[in-house]
Ligand binder design. Structure first.
Ligand SMILES: N[C@@H](CCC(=O)N[C@@H](CS)C(=O)NCC(=O)O)C(=O)O
Length: 225
């Protein structure tokens, strides 16, 4: 199976983390996002949304990180995506939680407008309003993740065992480093992230991202908790 990816891409890293941790072999094909390769043929034909990651399994092509994670897990019969109806439903629920409300406010509302020129809202007042609005909402989501989803007793976001939701969620939270978010305020999130960072493959998968995000100077952190 081939994975079209970029090593810095958050969504690509979710797949890379899962595949490395679960020893799923993937042929990695580099798509140079910085050179705009994803916007041109042949990649734009492979994924008309012009985004990584894309999985190719023979003639079958699949986009969307959450769908790719589930496909890989089903194909390999993996415990990170339990077959029990309700356990699996819980993993789906948490994947959707990260992929909808959380990433909308945290990623698209707060982090991306500060990192990427094409996400900047144009004028200073609109940009500030977007960040202020999204910061409060992202804080609320982090509080829910901390207190209700992980809570004081769970090791992972669905309970005691690692699941697809952990690989996906932990990759999304790495974005916080790019805007100097310190997760220490959220004790259960910190405990969970420490566990994820201790995965033997974590540093390898995140090396390119870590090297790139020497915190940008003009970003606005979640300061003063
Ligand atoms: N909904 C997609 C989002 C994928 C995505 O945002 N990919 C980013 C890299 S992390 C990308 O390719 N960005 C290039 C662009 O949008 O121009 C998924 O979950 O896979």
């Amino acid at each position: 199976m081939k994975l079209h990816h970029h090593p810095v891409s958050t969504t690509s890293r979710a797949i890379l983390l899962y595949a490395a941790d679960q020893r799923i072999a993937l042929d990695l094909l580099h798509v140079d996002l910085f050179a705009g390769e994803h916007l041109q043929l042949p990649f734009a034909e492979l994924n008309p949304s012009c985004q990584v990651p894309v999985l190719e399994d023979g003639s079958f092509r699949l986009t969307e990180t959450s769908a790719i994670l589930k496909y890989l897990a089903e194909r390999h019969g993996n415990a990170a995506y339990p077959v029990d109806l309700r356990l699996r439903a819980r993993v789906n629920e948490r994947l959707d939680w990260f992929n909808t409300g959380f990433v909308r406010d945290f990623g698209y509302g707060f982090v991306y407008p500060q990192l990427f020129p094409h996400h900047h809202r144009g004028d200073a007042a609109a940009q500030q309003h977007t960040l202020d609005w999204a910061r409060e909402r992202a804080r609320r989501w982090l509080g829910i993740l901390d207190e209700a989803l992980i809570g004081p007793h769970n090791d992972f976001v669905c309970g005691d065992a690692i699941t697809l939701a952990d690989y996906f969620g932990a990759a999304l939270l790495t974005l916080g480093a790019a805007v100097r978010i310190d997760y220490a305020h959220w004790r259960n999130i910190s405990r969970w992230l420490a566990r994820m960072h201790a995965l033997p493959c974590w540093n390898d998968v995140n090396r390119a991202f870590d090297a790139l995000i020497v915190a940008p100077r003009r970003t606005q952190a979640f300061a003063n908790f």
